[in-house]
Design a binder for this molecule. Structure first.
Ligand SMILES: Cc1cc2nc3c(=O)[nH]c(=O)nc-3n(C[C@H](O)[C@H](O)[C@H](O)COP(=O)(O)OP(=O)(O)OC[C@H]3O[C@@H](n4cnc5c(N)ncnc54)[C@H](O)[C@@H]3O)c2cc1C
Length: 494
Protein backbone atom coordinates (compact mmCIF):
# COMPACT_ATOMS: atom_id res chain seq x y z
CA UNK A 1 0.00 0.00 0.00
CA UNK A 2 1.38 3.45 -0.92
CA UNK A 3 2.32 5.71 2.00
CA UNK A 4 0.75 9.16 1.77
CA UNK A 5 1.56 12.09 4.04
CA UNK A 6 -0.83 15.03 4.27
CA UNK A 7 0.34 18.32 5.76
CA UNK A 8 -2.49 19.95 7.71
CA UNK A 9 -5.77 18.77 9.24
CA UNK A 10 -7.88 21.71 8.05
CA UNK A 11 -10.89 20.89 5.88
CA UNK A 12 -8.71 20.33 2.78
CA UNK A 13 -6.40 17.95 4.65
CA UNK A 14 -9.27 16.01 6.19
CA UNK A 15 -11.04 15.79 2.83
CA UNK A 16 -7.86 14.53 1.14
CA UNK A 17 -7.29 12.09 4.00
CA UNK A 18 -10.77 10.61 3.74
CA UNK A 19 -10.62 10.16 -0.04
CA UNK A 20 -7.08 8.77 0.15
CA UNK A 21 -8.07 6.19 2.78
CA UNK A 22 -11.20 5.23 0.85
CA UNK A 23 -9.01 4.61 -2.18
CA UNK A 24 -6.68 2.37 -0.18
CA UNK A 25 -3.69 4.61 0.58
CA UNK A 26 -1.89 4.34 3.91
CA UNK A 27 -2.44 7.90 5.11
CA UNK A 28 -1.03 10.03 7.92
CA UNK A 29 -1.97 13.64 8.50
CA UNK A 30 0.52 15.83 10.35
CA UNK A 31 -1.09 18.86 12.01
CA UNK A 32 0.83 21.53 13.90
CA UNK A 33 -2.16 22.49 16.10
CA UNK A 34 -3.78 20.34 18.80
CA UNK A 35 -7.14 20.13 17.02
CA UNK A 36 -8.49 19.64 13.48
CA UNK A 37 -10.22 22.35 11.43
CA UNK A 38 -7.55 24.97 10.68
CA UNK A 39 -9.29 28.26 9.80
CA UNK A 40 -12.64 26.53 10.28
CA UNK A 41 -12.60 26.77 14.01
CA UNK A 42 -14.66 27.76 17.03
CA UNK A 43 -13.69 27.99 20.68
CA UNK A 44 -15.09 28.47 24.15
CA UNK A 45 -14.12 31.19 26.67
CA UNK A 46 -15.75 31.37 30.10
CA UNK A 47 -18.94 29.71 28.87
CA UNK A 48 -19.19 31.69 25.59
CA UNK A 49 -18.75 29.87 22.30
CA UNK A 50 -17.20 31.90 19.48
CA UNK A 51 -17.65 30.84 15.89
CA UNK A 52 -14.41 31.83 14.23
CA UNK A 53 -14.94 30.39 10.77
CA UNK A 54 -18.12 29.26 9.09
CA UNK A 55 -20.91 31.71 8.55
CA UNK A 56 -22.43 30.44 5.32
CA UNK A 57 -21.71 26.89 4.17
CA UNK A 58 -22.24 26.38 0.46
CA UNK A 59 -23.50 22.84 0.05
CA UNK A 60 -25.63 22.79 3.20
CA UNK A 61 -28.72 22.37 1.01
CA UNK A 62 -29.49 18.77 0.00
CA UNK A 63 -30.40 20.12 -3.45
CA UNK A 64 -26.85 21.28 -4.16
CA UNK A 65 -24.15 19.20 -5.87
CA UNK A 66 -21.69 19.89 -3.07
CA UNK A 67 -24.01 18.52 -0.42
CA UNK A 68 -23.26 14.94 -1.47
CA UNK A 69 -19.55 15.63 -0.94
CA UNK A 70 -20.08 17.13 2.51
CA UNK A 71 -21.99 13.97 3.43
CA UNK A 72 -19.36 11.74 1.87
CA UNK A 73 -16.67 13.19 4.17
CA UNK A 74 -18.94 13.04 7.24
CA UNK A 75 -19.19 16.83 7.64
CA UNK A 76 -22.97 16.72 7.36
CA UNK A 77 -25.43 13.96 8.12
CA UNK A 78 -29.09 13.60 9.07
CA UNK A 79 -28.34 14.44 12.72
CA UNK A 80 -26.82 17.87 11.92
CA UNK A 81 -29.40 20.64 12.06
CA UNK A 82 -28.82 23.58 9.72
CA UNK A 83 -29.71 27.16 10.68
CA UNK A 84 -30.88 29.14 7.67
CA UNK A 85 -30.94 32.58 9.23
CA UNK A 86 -33.26 35.05 7.54
CA UNK A 87 -32.74 37.95 7.00
CA UNK A 88 -29.13 36.90 6.61
CA UNK A 89 -27.61 40.38 6.56
CA UNK A 90 -28.74 43.86 7.62
CA UNK A 91 -27.42 47.40 7.54
CA UNK A 92 -28.82 49.75 10.14
CA UNK A 93 -28.51 53.53 10.22
CA UNK A 94 -30.52 56.30 11.92
CA UNK A 95 -33.02 53.76 13.20
CA UNK A 96 -33.79 52.32 9.75
CA UNK A 97 -32.79 48.76 8.88
CA UNK A 98 -32.22 47.44 5.36
CA UNK A 99 -31.99 43.66 5.10
CA UNK A 100 -31.20 40.91 2.66
CA UNK A 101 -33.76 38.09 2.65
CA UNK A 102 -33.41 34.62 1.18
CA UNK A 103 -36.86 34.83 -0.39
CA UNK A 104 -36.47 36.93 -3.53
CA UNK A 105 -40.02 38.27 -3.52
CA UNK A 106 -39.66 39.31 0.12
CA UNK A 107 -36.33 40.93 -0.75
CA UNK A 108 -37.86 42.80 -3.69
CA UNK A 109 -40.83 44.06 -1.65
CA UNK A 110 -38.61 45.12 1.27
CA UNK A 111 -36.11 47.02 -0.87
CA UNK A 112 -38.80 48.74 -2.95
CA UNK A 113 -40.59 49.79 0.24
CA UNK A 114 -37.31 51.31 1.44
CA UNK A 115 -36.63 53.08 -1.83
CA UNK A 116 -39.39 53.19 -4.48
CA UNK A 117 -37.12 55.31 -6.68
CA UNK A 118 -34.81 52.27 -7.04
CA UNK A 119 -37.56 49.98 -8.33
CA UNK A 120 -35.88 49.31 -11.70
CA UNK A 121 -32.47 48.53 -10.27
CA UNK A 122 -34.02 46.36 -7.54
CA UNK A 123 -35.97 44.39 -10.17
CA UNK A 124 -32.76 43.92 -12.15
CA UNK A 125 -30.98 42.70 -9.00
CA UNK A 126 -33.75 40.18 -8.27
CA UNK A 127 -33.83 38.97 -11.89
CA UNK A 128 -30.06 38.40 -11.90
CA UNK A 129 -30.11 36.72 -8.50
CA UNK A 130 -32.62 34.23 -9.93
CA UNK A 131 -30.33 33.53 -12.90
CA UNK A 132 -27.23 33.14 -10.74
CA UNK A 133 -29.01 30.91 -8.25
CA UNK A 134 -28.94 28.19 -10.95
CA UNK A 135 -25.13 28.33 -11.05
CA UNK A 136 -23.25 26.10 -8.65
CA UNK A 137 -19.76 24.85 -8.15
CA UNK A 138 -19.73 21.69 -10.25
CA UNK A 139 -18.51 18.43 -8.73
CA UNK A 140 -16.46 16.77 -11.45
CA UNK A 141 -13.96 13.95 -11.84
CA UNK A 142 -10.61 14.51 -13.50
CA UNK A 143 -10.38 13.31 -17.10
CA UNK A 144 -8.65 9.89 -17.33
CA UNK A 145 -9.63 9.00 -13.77
CA UNK A 146 -10.60 5.39 -13.11
CA UNK A 147 -13.45 5.75 -10.61
CA UNK A 148 -15.63 3.12 -8.98
CA UNK A 149 -18.58 5.50 -9.34
CA UNK A 150 -17.76 8.09 -12.00
CA UNK A 151 -19.52 11.45 -11.75
CA UNK A 152 -21.35 12.58 -14.87
CA UNK A 153 -21.66 16.30 -15.47
CA UNK A 154 -25.38 17.12 -15.44
CA UNK A 155 -26.22 18.80 -18.75
CA UNK A 156 -29.15 20.51 -17.05
CA UNK A 157 -26.58 22.49 -15.04
CA UNK A 158 -24.82 23.61 -18.20
CA UNK A 159 -28.07 24.84 -19.72
CA UNK A 160 -28.93 26.66 -16.48
CA UNK A 161 -25.53 28.35 -16.49
CA UNK A 162 -25.68 29.75 -20.04
CA UNK A 163 -28.12 32.65 -19.35
CA UNK A 164 -26.13 33.59 -16.24
CA UNK A 165 -22.74 33.93 -17.96
CA UNK A 166 -23.10 37.47 -19.43
CA UNK A 167 -24.49 38.75 -16.15
CA UNK A 168 -21.55 37.20 -14.25
CA UNK A 169 -19.13 39.06 -16.53
CA UNK A 170 -21.07 42.29 -15.99
CA UNK A 171 -20.80 42.06 -12.19
CA UNK A 172 -17.18 40.88 -12.26
CA UNK A 173 -16.28 44.16 -13.96
CA UNK A 174 -17.75 46.33 -11.20
CA UNK A 175 -16.44 46.96 -7.71
CA UNK A 176 -19.12 46.57 -5.05
CA UNK A 177 -18.86 50.34 -4.58
CA UNK A 178 -19.50 51.01 -8.29
CA UNK A 179 -22.40 48.58 -8.30
CA UNK A 180 -23.91 50.12 -5.17
CA UNK A 181 -23.87 53.56 -6.85
CA UNK A 182 -26.52 52.33 -9.28
CA UNK A 183 -28.97 52.64 -6.36
CA UNK A 184 -30.23 56.05 -5.23
CA UNK A 185 -30.87 55.03 -1.62
CA UNK A 186 -27.78 55.56 0.59
CA UNK A 187 -29.04 52.75 2.84
CA UNK A 188 -29.21 50.21 -0.01
CA UNK A 189 -25.78 51.34 -1.17
CA UNK A 190 -24.37 50.62 2.27
CA UNK A 191 -26.21 47.30 2.44
CA UNK A 192 -24.53 46.17 -0.78
CA UNK A 193 -21.07 47.50 0.04
CA UNK A 194 -20.95 45.90 3.46
CA UNK A 195 -22.34 42.43 2.87
CA UNK A 196 -19.07 40.70 1.90
CA UNK A 197 -16.85 43.76 1.96
CA UNK A 198 -16.09 46.40 -0.62
CA UNK A 199 -12.77 44.79 -1.62
CA UNK A 200 -14.59 42.17 -3.72
CA UNK A 201 -16.06 42.62 -7.17
CA UNK A 202 -19.85 42.81 -7.34
CA UNK A 203 -20.18 39.21 -8.62
CA UNK A 204 -19.38 38.09 -5.06
CA UNK A 205 -22.36 40.07 -3.73
CA UNK A 206 -24.75 38.67 -6.33
CA UNK A 207 -23.48 35.10 -5.94
CA UNK A 208 -23.81 35.20 -2.17
CA UNK A 209 -27.41 36.45 -2.37
CA UNK A 210 -28.11 33.87 -5.12
CA UNK A 211 -26.65 30.99 -3.11
CA UNK A 212 -28.67 31.87 -0.03
CA UNK A 213 -31.84 32.49 -2.03
CA UNK A 214 -31.46 28.98 -3.49
CA UNK A 215 -31.86 27.65 0.07
CA UNK A 216 -28.14 27.00 0.45
CA UNK A 217 -25.50 28.68 2.65
CA UNK A 218 -26.84 27.52 6.02
CA UNK A 219 -24.94 27.24 9.30
CA UNK A 220 -24.52 23.71 10.68
CA UNK A 221 -25.28 23.65 14.40
CA UNK A 222 -22.13 23.33 16.48
CA UNK A 223 -20.30 25.28 13.81
CA UNK A 224 -16.83 24.88 12.46
CA UNK A 225 -15.16 22.82 15.11
CA UNK A 226 -17.99 20.29 15.35
CA UNK A 227 -17.90 19.89 11.58
CA UNK A 228 -14.12 19.42 11.52
CA UNK A 229 -14.34 16.90 14.35
CA UNK A 230 -16.95 14.87 12.43
CA UNK A 231 -14.60 14.79 9.43
CA UNK A 232 -11.63 13.81 11.62
CA UNK A 233 -13.73 11.03 13.16
CA UNK A 234 -14.60 9.73 9.69
CA UNK A 235 -10.93 9.77 8.67
CA UNK A 236 -9.90 7.88 11.82
CA UNK A 237 -12.74 5.37 11.37
CA UNK A 238 -11.32 4.58 7.92
CA UNK A 239 -7.96 3.73 9.53
CA UNK A 240 -6.20 7.05 8.94
CA UNK A 241 -3.75 8.49 11.46
CA UNK A 242 -3.56 12.12 12.65
CA UNK A 243 -0.41 13.30 14.44
CA UNK A 244 -1.31 16.53 16.22
CA UNK A 245 1.23 19.03 17.59
CA UNK A 246 3.53 17.95 14.75
CA UNK A 247 4.78 20.67 12.45
CA UNK A 248 6.25 19.58 9.14
CA UNK A 249 9.36 21.64 8.43
CA UNK A 250 9.96 20.74 4.82
CA UNK A 251 8.91 18.47 1.97
CA UNK A 252 11.86 16.35 0.82
CA UNK A 253 12.35 16.14 -2.95
CA UNK A 254 15.13 14.25 -4.73
CA UNK A 255 15.67 14.40 -8.48
CA UNK A 256 12.20 15.82 -9.02
CA UNK A 257 10.42 13.12 -6.98
CA UNK A 258 8.88 13.49 -3.52
CA UNK A 259 10.60 11.34 -0.91
CA UNK A 260 8.88 12.39 2.31
CA UNK A 261 8.91 15.18 4.88
CA UNK A 262 11.25 16.52 7.55
CA UNK A 263 9.88 16.78 11.09
CA UNK A 264 12.17 17.95 13.92
CA UNK A 265 15.22 17.03 11.85
CA UNK A 266 13.95 13.51 11.11
CA UNK A 267 13.04 12.35 7.61
CA UNK A 268 9.69 10.53 7.36
CA UNK A 269 9.52 8.64 4.06
CA UNK A 270 6.41 8.72 1.87
CA UNK A 271 5.41 7.79 -1.67
CA UNK A 272 3.33 10.95 -2.03
CA UNK A 273 2.78 14.20 -0.12
CA UNK A 274 -0.34 16.39 -0.19
CA UNK A 275 0.33 19.92 1.11
CA UNK A 276 -2.76 21.67 2.47
CA UNK A 277 -1.00 24.45 4.36
CA UNK A 278 -1.86 27.66 2.44
CA UNK A 279 -0.33 27.13 -1.03
CA UNK A 280 0.70 30.79 -1.27
CA UNK A 281 3.05 30.37 1.69
CA UNK A 282 3.94 26.71 1.06
CA UNK A 283 5.45 27.41 -2.38
CA UNK A 284 7.97 29.66 -0.64
CA UNK A 285 8.67 27.99 2.67
CA UNK A 286 8.06 24.23 2.42
CA UNK A 287 10.77 23.31 -0.09
CA UNK A 288 14.55 23.61 -0.32
CA UNK A 289 13.94 26.03 -3.23
CA UNK A 290 10.75 28.07 -3.77
CA UNK A 291 8.49 26.64 -6.50
CA UNK A 292 8.81 28.87 -9.56
CA UNK A 293 6.41 27.22 -12.03
CA UNK A 294 4.20 29.67 -14.01
CA UNK A 295 1.08 28.91 -11.94
CA UNK A 296 3.01 29.62 -8.71
CA UNK A 297 4.26 32.95 -10.09
CA UNK A 298 0.71 33.84 -11.12
CA UNK A 299 -0.51 32.98 -7.62
CA UNK A 300 2.15 35.26 -6.10
CA UNK A 301 1.17 38.06 -8.49
CA UNK A 302 -2.61 37.82 -8.48
CA UNK A 303 -3.86 36.43 -5.18
CA UNK A 304 -4.97 39.27 -2.93
CA UNK A 305 -5.13 37.70 0.53
CA UNK A 306 -8.19 38.27 2.67
CA UNK A 307 -7.44 38.74 6.36
CA UNK A 308 -9.09 40.23 9.38
CA UNK A 309 -9.03 41.07 13.04
CA UNK A 310 -11.60 38.93 14.81
CA UNK A 311 -13.24 39.93 18.09
CA UNK A 312 -15.35 37.59 20.20
CA UNK A 313 -17.51 39.22 22.87
CA UNK A 314 -19.39 37.51 25.68
CA UNK A 315 -22.32 39.76 26.64
CA UNK A 316 -24.30 39.12 29.80
CA UNK A 317 -27.55 40.27 28.21
CA UNK A 318 -30.35 38.93 26.07
CA UNK A 319 -29.82 40.41 22.60
CA UNK A 320 -32.65 38.63 20.83
CA UNK A 321 -34.01 41.95 19.55
CA UNK A 322 -30.79 42.58 17.57
CA UNK A 323 -30.41 41.26 14.00
CA UNK A 324 -28.46 38.05 13.34
CA UNK A 325 -25.80 39.69 11.20
CA UNK A 326 -25.65 43.46 10.99
CA UNK A 327 -23.46 46.40 10.10
CA UNK A 328 -23.90 49.91 11.48
CA UNK A 329 -21.95 53.18 11.10
CA UNK A 330 -19.69 54.15 13.96
CA UNK A 331 -19.74 57.57 15.63
CA UNK A 332 -15.98 57.87 15.22
CA UNK A 333 -13.68 56.06 12.79
CA UNK A 334 -11.91 53.06 14.31
CA UNK A 335 -8.30 52.82 13.26
CA UNK A 336 -6.02 49.81 12.92
CA UNK A 337 -2.73 51.23 11.67
CA UNK A 338 -3.43 52.73 8.24
CA UNK A 339 -6.89 51.19 8.02
CA UNK A 340 -9.89 53.22 9.05
CA UNK A 341 -13.30 51.65 9.72
CA UNK A 342 -16.44 53.77 9.61
CA UNK A 343 -18.72 50.87 10.43
CA UNK A 344 -18.82 47.72 12.55
CA UNK A 345 -20.26 44.35 11.53
CA UNK A 346 -21.32 41.74 14.04
CA UNK A 347 -22.80 38.26 14.18
CA UNK A 348 -25.28 37.67 16.94
CA UNK A 349 -25.63 34.10 18.22
CA UNK A 350 -28.79 34.64 20.26
CA UNK A 351 -30.91 31.51 20.23
CA UNK A 352 -28.01 29.14 19.55
CA UNK A 353 -28.15 26.60 22.33
CA UNK A 354 -24.90 26.27 24.24
CA UNK A 355 -23.27 29.35 22.70
CA UNK A 356 -23.60 31.39 25.91
CA UNK A 357 -24.54 30.96 29.56
CA UNK A 358 -28.20 31.59 30.43
CA UNK A 359 -29.26 35.18 29.60
CA UNK A 360 -25.97 35.75 27.82
CA UNK A 361 -25.14 36.21 24.12
CA UNK A 362 -22.05 35.52 22.05
CA UNK A 363 -21.23 38.28 19.55
CA UNK A 364 -18.45 38.05 16.99
CA UNK A 365 -16.99 40.83 14.86
CA UNK A 366 -14.59 40.65 11.91
CA UNK A 367 -12.71 43.75 10.76
CA UNK A 368 -11.54 42.82 7.30
CA UNK A 369 -8.48 44.41 5.71
CA UNK A 370 -4.72 43.97 5.52
CA UNK A 371 -3.47 45.12 8.92
CA UNK A 372 -0.66 42.52 8.99
CA UNK A 373 2.28 44.98 8.89
CA UNK A 374 0.76 47.11 11.65
CA UNK A 375 0.47 44.15 14.04
CA UNK A 376 3.93 42.92 13.10
CA UNK A 377 5.35 46.33 14.02
CA UNK A 378 3.40 46.31 17.30
CA UNK A 379 4.77 42.88 18.11
CA UNK A 380 8.31 44.15 17.49
CA UNK A 381 7.99 47.37 19.48
CA UNK A 382 6.18 45.74 22.43
CA UNK A 383 2.81 47.51 21.95
CA UNK A 384 0.91 44.48 20.62
CA UNK A 385 -1.19 43.72 23.72
CA UNK A 386 -1.86 47.42 24.39
CA UNK A 387 -3.01 47.98 20.77
CA UNK A 388 -5.30 44.95 20.95
CA UNK A 389 -6.86 46.36 24.12
CA UNK A 390 -7.18 49.83 22.53
CA UNK A 391 -9.00 48.33 19.55
CA UNK A 392 -11.29 46.27 21.78
CA UNK A 393 -12.10 49.37 23.86
CA UNK A 394 -12.96 51.40 20.74
CA UNK A 395 -15.22 48.66 19.39
CA UNK A 396 -16.95 48.15 22.73
CA UNK A 397 -17.44 51.91 23.09
CA UNK A 398 -19.24 52.04 19.71
CA UNK A 399 -21.35 48.97 20.48
CA UNK A 400 -22.40 50.41 23.83
CA UNK A 401 -23.30 53.73 22.24
CA UNK A 402 -25.46 51.98 19.66
CA UNK A 403 -26.99 49.40 22.01
CA UNK A 404 -27.15 50.83 25.57
CA UNK A 405 -28.47 47.48 26.86
CA UNK A 406 -24.93 46.13 26.35
CA UNK A 407 -23.32 48.81 28.55
CA UNK A 408 -21.19 47.28 31.29
CA UNK A 409 -22.35 43.78 30.36
CA UNK A 410 -19.37 42.63 28.29
CA UNK A 411 -17.69 39.94 30.37
CA UNK A 412 -15.44 38.26 27.79
CA UNK A 413 -13.37 39.87 25.04
CA UNK A 414 -11.12 37.84 22.78
CA UNK A 415 -9.12 39.52 20.00
CA UNK A 416 -7.35 37.58 17.22
CA UNK A 417 -5.10 39.48 14.82
CA UNK A 418 -3.58 38.32 11.51
CA UNK A 419 -0.55 37.29 13.60
CA UNK A 420 -2.79 34.92 15.57
CA UNK A 421 -4.01 33.35 12.32
CA UNK A 422 -0.47 33.18 10.98
CA UNK A 423 0.71 31.43 14.13
CA UNK A 424 -2.05 28.83 13.97
CA UNK A 425 -2.38 28.30 10.21
CA UNK A 426 1.04 29.16 8.80
CA UNK A 427 -0.90 30.94 6.05
CA UNK A 428 0.30 33.94 4.02
CA UNK A 429 -0.10 37.01 6.31
CA UNK A 430 -2.58 34.93 8.33
CA UNK A 431 -5.09 35.02 5.50
CA UNK A 432 -7.85 32.47 4.95
CA UNK A 433 -9.43 33.35 1.62
CA UNK A 434 -8.63 35.35 -1.54
CA UNK A 435 -10.29 38.59 -2.57
CA UNK A 436 -11.69 38.56 -6.10
CA UNK A 437 -11.17 42.11 -7.33
CA UNK A 438 -12.82 44.07 -10.12
CA UNK A 439 -12.15 42.57 -13.55
CA UNK A 440 -10.93 39.28 -12.12
CA UNK A 441 -12.54 35.97 -12.85
CA UNK A 442 -12.30 33.23 -10.26
CA UNK A 443 -8.78 31.99 -11.02
CA UNK A 444 -8.00 28.31 -10.46
CA UNK A 445 -4.61 26.76 -9.89
CA UNK A 446 -3.51 23.20 -10.49
CA UNK A 447 -3.28 20.75 -7.58
CA UNK A 448 -0.25 19.19 -9.19
CA UNK A 449 3.10 20.86 -9.92
CA UNK A 450 4.81 19.78 -13.12
CA UNK A 451 8.36 19.68 -11.83
CA UNK A 452 7.89 17.40 -8.78
CA UNK A 453 6.34 13.95 -9.07
CA UNK A 454 3.94 12.69 -6.38
CA UNK A 455 3.52 16.15 -4.85
CA UNK A 456 0.00 17.63 -4.70
CA UNK A 457 -1.55 20.77 -3.25
CA UNK A 458 -5.04 21.26 -1.84
CA UNK A 459 -6.76 24.06 0.03
CA UNK A 460 -8.59 27.35 -0.12
CA UNK A 461 -5.97 29.18 -2.20
CA UNK A 462 -6.34 26.99 -5.29
CA UNK A 463 -9.62 28.51 -6.45
CA UNK A 464 -10.69 32.12 -5.87
CA UNK A 465 -12.24 33.20 -3.58
CA UNK A 466 -11.63 30.01 -1.57
CA UNK A 467 -13.55 29.01 1.53
CA UNK A 468 -14.73 25.65 2.83
CA UNK A 469 -16.16 24.25 -0.44
CA UNK A 470 -12.84 24.87 -2.20
CA UNK A 471 -10.94 23.19 0.63
CA UNK A 472 -13.28 20.19 0.35
CA UNK A 473 -13.17 19.84 -3.43
CA UNK A 474 -9.44 20.42 -3.87
CA UNK A 475 -8.71 17.74 -1.24
CA UNK A 476 -10.74 15.35 -3.37
CA UNK A 477 -9.07 16.49 -6.61
CA UNK A 478 -5.57 16.03 -5.13
CA UNK A 479 -6.45 12.41 -4.38
CA UNK A 480 -7.83 11.95 -7.89
CA UNK A 481 -4.45 13.11 -9.28
CA UNK A 482 -2.75 10.65 -6.94
CA UNK A 483 -5.04 7.85 -8.18
CA UNK A 484 -4.21 8.63 -11.80
CA UNK A 485 -0.46 8.76 -11.08
CA UNK A 486 -0.51 5.43 -9.25
CA UNK A 487 -3.05 3.70 -11.51
CA UNK A 488 -5.47 3.34 -8.60
CA UNK A 489 -9.26 3.23 -8.83
CA UNK A 490 -10.76 6.25 -7.01
CA UNK A 491 -13.30 4.94 -4.52
CA UNK A 492 -15.17 8.18 -3.66
CA UNK A 493 -18.50 9.29 -5.11
CA UNK A 494 -20.41 6.90 -2.85
C1 LIG B 1 -13.54 34.67 10.24
C2 LIG B 1 -13.68 33.68 9.11
C3 LIG B 1 -14.90 33.51 8.49
C4 LIG B 1 -15.06 32.59 7.45
N1 LIG B 1 -16.29 32.39 6.91
C5 LIG B 1 -16.46 31.43 5.96
C6 LIG B 1 -17.74 31.11 5.49
O1 LIG B 1 -18.75 31.66 5.93
N2 LIG B 1 -17.85 30.16 4.51
C7 LIG B 1 -16.77 29.52 3.99
O2 LIG B 1 -16.91 28.66 3.12
N3 LIG B 1 -15.52 29.81 4.45
C8 LIG B 1 -15.34 30.72 5.42
N4 LIG B 1 -14.10 31.00 5.91
C9 LIG B 1 -12.91 30.45 5.21
C10 LIG B 1 -12.64 28.99 5.53
O3 LIG B 1 -12.70 28.78 6.92
C11 LIG B 1 -11.25 28.60 5.00
O4 LIG B 1 -11.09 29.05 3.67
C12 LIG B 1 -11.03 27.09 5.03
O5 LIG B 1 -11.31 26.58 6.31
C13 LIG B 1 -9.60 26.80 4.63
O6 LIG B 1 -9.34 25.42 4.78
P1 LIG B 1 -7.98 24.80 4.31
O7 LIG B 1 -7.95 23.38 4.76
O8 LIG B 1 -7.74 25.09 2.89
O9 LIG B 1 -6.82 25.63 5.08
P2 LIG B 1 -6.53 25.82 6.63
O10 LIG B 1 -7.77 25.88 7.39
O11 LIG B 1 -5.59 26.97 6.72
O12 LIG B 1 -5.79 24.47 7.05
C14 LIG B 1 -4.41 24.28 6.96
C15 LIG B 1 -3.99 23.42 8.14
O13 LIG B 1 -2.60 23.12 8.00
C16 LIG B 1 -1.97 23.22 9.26
N5 LIG B 1 -0.54 23.49 9.00
C17 LIG B 1 -0.02 24.60 8.42
N6 LIG B 1 1.31 24.46 8.30
C18 LIG B 1 1.62 23.24 8.80
C19 LIG B 1 2.84 22.53 8.94
N7 LIG B 1 4.02 23.05 8.52
N8 LIG B 1 2.82 21.30 9.51
C20 LIG B 1 1.64 20.76 9.94
N9 LIG B 1 0.44 21.41 9.84
C21 LIG B 1 0.45 22.62 9.26
C22 LIG B 1 -2.70 24.36 9.94
O14 LIG B 1 -2.56 24.29 11.34
C23 LIG B 1 -4.13 24.13 9.48
O15 LIG B 1 -4.83 23.28 10.37
C24 LIG B 1 -13.93 31.86 7.00
C25 LIG B 1 -12.71 31.99 7.65
C26 LIG B 1 -12.58 32.87 8.70
C27 LIG B 1 -11.26 32.95 9.42
Amino acid sequence: MKQVIIIGAGLAGLSAGIYARQSGFDTTIYESHTIPGGASTSWRRKGYYFEGGLHWLTGSSPKSQLHRLWREVGALDDSVAIHNRDPFFSYESDGVRASLYRDIEQLRAHLIALSPADRNEINKLCRDVRKLSKVEMPVLDLPNLKAKNPVRFPLSMLFAMIPAMPRMKYYQNLTTQEYSEKFKSPLIRKLICNMIGDQFNAAGVLFTIATLSAGDGGYPVGGSIAMAQRMAKKFLSLGGVIQYKTKVDQVVVENGVVKGVMIHGEMIAADAVIVTKDTLSAIDDMFAEPIREPWAEQMRMECAPMLNVFIGLGVQADLSDLPANCTFPTQHPIRIGDLSFNSISYNNYTGFEGYAPEDGTALTLAMTGDSYDFWKKCREDGTYEAEKQKLADAVIHELEAKYPQISGKIVVCDVATPLTYERYLGSFKGSWMTVTKKGKTNLRFSCKPESIAYLYFAGQRLMMPGGCPVALSTGRTAVQHLCIDTDTVFQGNL
